[in-house]
Design a protein around this ligand. Sequence first.
Ligand code: NAI
Ligand code: OAA
Length: 356
Amino acid sequence: MQQNGDANQRIARISGHLNPRNLQMEESSGLQQVNCRAKGGSAGFRVAILGAAGGIGQPLAMLMKMNPLVSVLHLYDVVNSPGVTADISHMDTGAVVRGFLGQNQLENALTGMDLVIIPAGVPRKPGMTRDDLFNINAGIVKTLCEGVAKCCPKAIVNLISNPVNSTVPIAAEVFKKSGTFDPKRLLGVTMLDVVRANTFVAEVLGIDPREVDVPVVGGHAGVTILPLLSQVKPPCSFTPEETDYLTVRIQNGGTEVVEAKAGAGSATLSMAYAAVKFADACLRGLRGDAGVVQCAFVASQVTELPFFASKVRLGRTGIAEIYPLGPLNAYERIGLDKAKKELASSIEKGVSFIKK
Ligand SMILES: NC(=O)C1=CN([C@@H]2O[C@H](COP(=O)(O)OP(=O)(O)OC[C@H]3O[C@@H](n4cnc5c(N)ncnc54)[C@H](O)[C@@H]3O)[C@@H](O)[C@H]2O)C=CC1
Ligand SMILES: O=C([O-])CC(=O)C(=O)O
């Protein structure tokens, strides 16, 4: 009898993932299901991806499902999230996966999350700047951040949607308006600039990219992307021609992919890789690991601008420390002036979108 009871319990637990009755319940009262299903998961953090069915969202969801620090993975989108969720949920890794479709499931997707990663929004086509995405993506980011403020105000937010130089200020204003803004918890993802810089510098030096660390500061668009080639690890030097080539290639990395994709979108796979590298750093910080340092676009006092990308140390409550830029050479100082000029107006555009 006892054996039968155990077996029934096991079947009930497994079929909880498949039983159409339970799925229906999730639509009407997601939170109840959330608590119930999490029992099957491993110990770890609860992560939501908003825009999970997109070009970045899908590989990002796959890679996060493989991350042993993740116990619960919520996949939210306005289209196609049920299919992506069914697919990802068959991977035999520890995280429990749940899908959420459409605005009326946003709150259930966000409730209880430790980390929210946002790649929702339209990507560039050839000939466009990231700022050309502002009109559509600003509203999307605003709505999603209002959800975060309401349902998981203590979550760390990794904001990927472009133009990052404006969407991060938008998010900050939304959080300020709702009285939940904590600058330590809002991070614009500029990791792809670092990933590209490491790759291109390694190519020039003829070494393994995994051995290279290039700080990239400023922001995430054109001249605001400022690689500090004088601070590359391992220590090395570049000719003026190499410095020019590397700086321009790193600044135009996104455009290089947009043009190669010829209308089919922008970087998705390398971005998903970069997003997971960054999210993993945030989770290791939350866990209490020491010495977790990455570049990110954050509320900052490193320059006179209210937001700036630089190296930050990640800790148990998000950003534990923001590092100064360190010594810059003449080339980098000129680059910094250009970056700051463009950044100032992108930041102002984001702030006034909410304040208007
Ligand atoms: N920070 C960075 O380094 C990078 C940022 N990006 C940006 O990431 C964003 C997404 O790019 P892709 O994934 O290639 O675009 P995509 O169009 O393939 O996917 C975007 C997804 O967002 C969803 N979405 C739209 N409105 C939504 C809403 N209100 N709520 C939830 N989901 C919504 C769409 O349904 C779609 O599934 C773009 O803005 C792009 O410019 C792209 C590459 C690098
Ligand atoms: O270039 C774009 O539009 C997408 C992006 O931000 C990047 O690849 O760095």
